[in-house]
Design a protein around this ligand. Structure first.
Ligand code: WQD
Length: 333
């Protein structure tokens, strides 16, 4: 029996697929390479030390999905495939609704036809919007996201909840990620944003590598100890482990936060990076970025008690691994 990982060569999908293999699962990967490439698959195989079952295709294509379910003995699906750039989603909302919402709908319909009942979805802490105050608990109100990307994640959660309400033989888990950073300890896979990064850590590593001149810190007048926004950064390896635990502990419909429960400010992350790598990050304070919430971090009790999930890696380690990956990627560009 295998686990199908959609978006299996993407940032979180690739780490999760390798973690599932490490934990003794068989995996089948699906990816359209829209934000990765064959080289990622090659490096994943180097790390795994074996060939991986891979399909190049799109979740929007029912024929491709049917072929996979006909050929492979799939017992569960971990679904990452989707578009994820917040700014782009504002410019191209329909692409986001098509790829993320219609793509997931298509996947769920095919899964239903083949009688597969176990589904883990890659959701986001962005669904908490700005209504609630951190620490965010899974039972707090969600929705009202400030961008189409976030809305797609929330709509998919609703779709999954309704699916389960209609048929409780499903096991469905939505995992709300906080801010994933870090990279595989081998340094061979990590996040590869296209163009100038929007997210903080890839921006920092590109400044460190000399590809960008300086970091702009978006707002230093927030009501936080150093005036900059607070986020819950979590190592992608911890996140990957969270998926293994989620798959092993599926029962009914559940939502879990995957975070560390600890907040770090923008300037705190800059200092941690400098200390971990001995590389100075020039920065200047800029205006606030529209749509940013002041403070976001996870309540971790539910994931700990029900999944046994506990993040292991600290921010220093996240910085070391992100930097190792940046240097590897530049050496192999
Ligand atoms: C973190 C902090 C910025 C860049 C986003 C999405 C979310 C999820 C993860 C997933 C904020 C500040 C950033 C920079 C800065 N998406 N910052 N200078 O906004 O918490 O979450 O990514 O796929 O849905 O919204 O993460 O890394 O963009 O920002 O000062 O150049 O760093 O203002 O306070 P965010 P981020």
């Amino acid at each position: 029996m295998s686990i199908l990982v959609t978006g299996g060569t993407g940032y979180i999908g690739s780490h999760t697929a390798l973690k599932l293999l490490e934990r003794g699962e068989r995996v089948v990967l699906l990816d359209n390479f829209s934000n990765s490439g064959p080289d990622v698959l090659t490096r994943m195989e180097e790390i795994a030390g074996c060939a991986l079952r891979f399909y190049r295709g799109d979740i929007l294509c029912a024929d491709t999905l049917s072929e996979i379910f006909r050929t492979e003995d799939v017992e569960g699906v971990v679904h990452f495939a989707g578009l994820k750039a917040v700014g782009e989603s504002v410019q191209k909302p329909l692409e986001y609704y098509r790829n993320n919402v219609a793509g997931t709908l298509n996947l769920l319909e095919v899964i239903g036809r083949f009688g597969v009942k176990n589904f883990v979805f890659s959701s986001s802490a962005t669904v908490y919007g700005s209504r609630s105050v951190a620490p965010y608990r899974e039972d707090m109100p969600a929705g009202g996201c400030t961008n189409p990307y976030g809305q797609t994640k929330y709509i998919i959660e609703l779709m999954l909840q309704d699916l389960y309400a209609s048929d409780d033989s499903y096991n469905i888990t939505a995992l709300r990620y906080f801010n994933p950073i870090g990279a595989h300890p081998s340094g061979k896979i990590g996040e590869s944003p296209s163009g100038v990064p929007n997210n903080l850590m890839p921006y920092i590593t590109q400044v460190a590598a000399g590809k960008l001149p300086e970091l702009r810190v978006f707002g230093a007048d927030y009501d936080t100890p150093d005036g900059t926004c607070i986020r819950d950064y979590i190592h992608v390896e911890d996140l990957a482990e969270g998926h293994v635990l989620a798959l092993r502990n599926q029962r009914g419909f559940n939502i879990y936060n995957l975070g560390t429960g600890t907040g770090t400010s923008v300037l705190g992350l800059v200092s941690a990076f400098e200390e971990a790598t001995d590389v100075k990050i020039p920065y200047r304070i800029a205006d606030r970025r529209p749509g940013d919430v002041q403070t976001s971090f996870a309540a971790v009790t539910k994931a700990r008690e029900e999944l046994g999930f506990l993040a292991r890696f600290d921010v220093r380690r996240m910085c070391e691994d992100s930097w190792r990956w940046e240097r590897y990627a530049n050496g192999h560009a």
